[in-house]
Ligand binder design. Structure first.
Ligand code: NAG
Ligand code: NAG
Ligand code: NAG
Length: 660
């Protein structure tokens, strides 16, 4: 293929000339409105994206629920904890802190000696030691009343080096009490296996019972979110966020499904459940935590609701479905009922969310098409049962649209919208730039709430498991995703939203690659694909403009629109390994005004398989520059050379066009 086109270039001068002069002629008026908005989707649990990721809790197994191995997850263990100072640690179910958190630890030891004894936690792959304030929360009781000095410290893994600590004298009784402390650290230590210790002065300590031992660093804008990860998402300027899930919504089985009522309220009332991808899911980062986080970014929820299908490929039989339908109706009332108008609204207020949610979309289920049982039962009775009920529950609650968990190939005509997911190769994504041009314009919005280039496409066998599966997003993957997204954007009248997935990749706990943002306990790296998402989120179009091209699409692709403030936004990709010139001109006797200030943002490189990771975070970075008079040609047309493997966004502010 390559050889052939090189030959064609050498002998077919006319062909080269035609390609070199590719001219895009842009209509200066808006052809149709776009509703397309970028969606951010944190998949719970996968790659330790929530616990151990966006949820800033630093203590792993804070309530002694998680097991150390997959076989004892949920049985309750002291995994990730060690005794200090000769303490004896015993798990007990006596005098539980809450029904949700039945296990607690008894700390006993030789109280006649001096010093401290207690327990030490290794965190999620190490506790980061930084110069800032840490907030410690734990619950304690003792069978006999006593005054005890507690000491909380940041230590090395052996516990023989203390970076920062704080003490507090507490009067213990037989009642559980919540104890809060602050550790003001002035130290930064970059070891990746540092720890946290909670101890009691030996001379004073009776047998102390502890549970829910929590440690938070400063978080993002008053949320429970890890600051650097939250900021990286905020910078994408998402319009929507999808939650919870995806697989976490379904759960491993019916008992471990997402149950909304167990995932709201005080965190000590949330039992958590076995993770669908790894370890334990505390549900500490759940509905309201996500809502609070994303509302501050200006994004609105696409709420997935449990629809009677679990990952063990079992669907609740029709005759037993009603309780699950009622559960979802209650969830909708809980989230949307006006303040004070119902018991559920009052519960929401108690849970710290007085205002009803702004909820543009409810999605029924998750990937119900992936198994025969899922597909059949969804079509036969589940979708109908849930959609009827949600429609009733949401009536008079604003314009809540429903999304069927169903790809475009079989859209449910009864629902306004569907959602399809695509994980594929660069070639596949590039090919699909024009896919939606011919789709029906009949009010069926087709969301794309999970997509990513996951494989180079150069190997035989399954894209999911062959040797060409990507570990990190590549440059050509990011350019292919941009090409695909330009197709979504150009068809923004029928494409309400799209979400790259998954967002997070904790390098110490990986079950799925590639992902948008890789991180460890200390920092993060933005992938090539991150920059593509950034460019779409920061250059959203409101009006789609028609483009006539002098040559067919490929290897150059485009999307042209105007923003709400009337800036021209011209997105261009070159998926070829050589540079190609392109001319963009306005129709209707107009020209771009070369005197106005415009900007050019660009991601490109000669090595199309290049990627960013923690060892080389700045390997592929976008550049931004002001447009110069030399970017314009005769008749005030934009004349650019698109570099190899590139995604370019040109932004020309309002008033950038004028009569020639
Ligand atoms: C407690 O520690 C002291 C001092 O090391 C020791 O003499 C005593 O035997 C210890 N008691 C117990 C019960 O271990
Ligand atoms: C706990 O003990 C194990 C085994 O000695 C050790 O590998 C680990 O680093 C210790 N962790 C902490 C936080 O003390
Ligand atoms: C919209 O068009 C698609 C594809 O032709 C069709 O399957 C679907 O049923 C239509 N939806 C409505 C609401 O008419």
């Amino acid at each position: 293929m390559r050889l052939f086109s090189a030959l064609a270039c050498a002998i077919g001068a006319g062909l080269v000339a035609a390609q070199q002069q590719q001219v895009l002629t842009v209509s200066p008026t808006v052809a149709k409105k776009s509703q397309f908005g970028l969606c951010a989707f944190i998949e719970n649990n996968i790659n330790s994206a929530t616990d151990g990721g966006i949820y800033a809790e630093l203590i792993r197994n804070r309530a002694f629920q998680e097991g150390g191995t997959s076989s004892n997850v949920g049985t309750g263990t002291l995994a990730y904890w060690n005794a200090t100072g000769g303490a004896k640690l015993t798990l007990t179910k006596a005098s539980p802190l809450s029904q949700a958190l039945p296990q607690s630890v008894l700390v006993s030891g030789n109280s006649s000696t001096s010093g401290f004894l207690g327990l030490r936690n290794s965190g999620f792959f190490g506790i980061p030691v930084r110069a800032h304030r840490y907030t410690v929360v734990f619950y304690a009781r003792a069978n006999s009343a006593a005054q005890t000095t507690f000491k909380a410290s940041l230590t090395n893994s052996a516990g023989d080096k203390v970076f920062a600590s704080a003490t507090k004298l507490v009067s213990l009784t037989g009642q559980w009490q919540k104890v809060e402390m602050q550790i003001d650290s002035t130290t930064q230590d970059n070891a990746r296996d540092n720890a946290f210790a909670l101890e009691m002065a030996k001379g004073t300590s009776p047998v102390v019972q502890l549970n829910f031992i929590s440690l938070f660093p400063p978080t993002w804008k008053g949320t429970t979110a890890r600051a650097d990860l939250a900021q990286a998402i905020a910078d994408l300027k998402p319009v929507y966020f999808r939650l919870p899930g995806g697989n976490s919504l379904e759960g491993n089985n019916i008992a471990e499904r997402f149950t909304w009522s167990k995932a709201v309220g005080d965190v000590i009332t949330r039992p958590g459940r076995k993770g669908t991808w790894v370890g334990w899911d505390t549900d500490g980062y759940s509905l309201h935590e996500a809502y609070k986080l994303f509302s501050q970014m200006g994004a609105q929820p696409i709420l997935g609701v449990f629809a009677g299908y679990t990952l063990d490929q079992k669907a609740v039989p029709q005759s037993q479905l009603q309780p699950y339908v009622d559960e979802v109706a209650n969830q909708i009332h809980y989230l949307l009922d006006p303040q004070g108008s119902s018991a559920l609204a009052k519960q929401r207020e108690q849970d710290g969310q007085p205002e009803p949610w702004k909820l543009p979309y409810v999605q029924i289920g998750n990937e119900d098409w992936l198994s025969e049982v899922g597909k059949t039962t969804y079509d036969q009775y589940r979708l109908d049962a849930f959609s009827k009920d949600i429609t009733t529950a949401t009536s008079s609650k604003g314009n809540v649209k429903l999304i069927a968990s169903s790809p475009y190939v079989s859209p449910k005509s009864r629902l306004p919208d569907v959602d399809q997911h695509d994980y594929n190769t660069p070639d596949n994504f590039i090919r699909r730039w024009s896919e939606r041009d011919s789709w029906a314009r009949n009010n069926t919005g087709v969301h794309e709430l999970e997509f990513a280039v996951i494989n180079t496409g150069k190997c035989q066998g399954s894209l999911y498991s062959n040797a060409c599966r990507l570990k990190y997003p590549t440059l050509i993957g990011a350019v292919a995703e941009a090409t695909f997204m330009m197709g979504l954007e150009r068809n923004g009248d029928i494409t309400p939203s799209a979400a790259y997935a998954p967002l997070f990749h904790n390098v110490a706990s990986v079950q799925w690659t590639p992902d948008l943002i890789a991180f460890d306990s200390q920092g993060l790296v933005k992938s090539t694909s991150y920059y593509t998402q950034w460019a779409f989120g920061n250059n959203r179009i409101d009006g789609i403009h028609t483009v006539k091209s002098s040559a067919p699409a490929g290897p150059l692709y485009w999307s042209v629109g105007t923003s709400t403030d009337n800036a021209y936004i011209i997105k261009l990709t070159n998926v070829d390994g050589s540079a190609h010139p392109i001319t963009v001109q306005l129709d209707g006797g107009l020209g771009f005004s070369s005197t106005t200030t415009g900007t050019l943002w660009q991601l490109s490189g000669t090595d199309k398989e290049a990627n960013n990771d923690l060892s080389k975070p700045n390997n592929v970075l976008p550049t931004t520059r002001a447009l110069a008079p030399s970017d314009f040609g005769a008749g005030r047309t934009l004349k650019l050379t698109l570099p190899p493997n590139s995604f370019t966004v040109v932004r020309l502010p309002a008033g950038a066009d004028s009569p020639k």
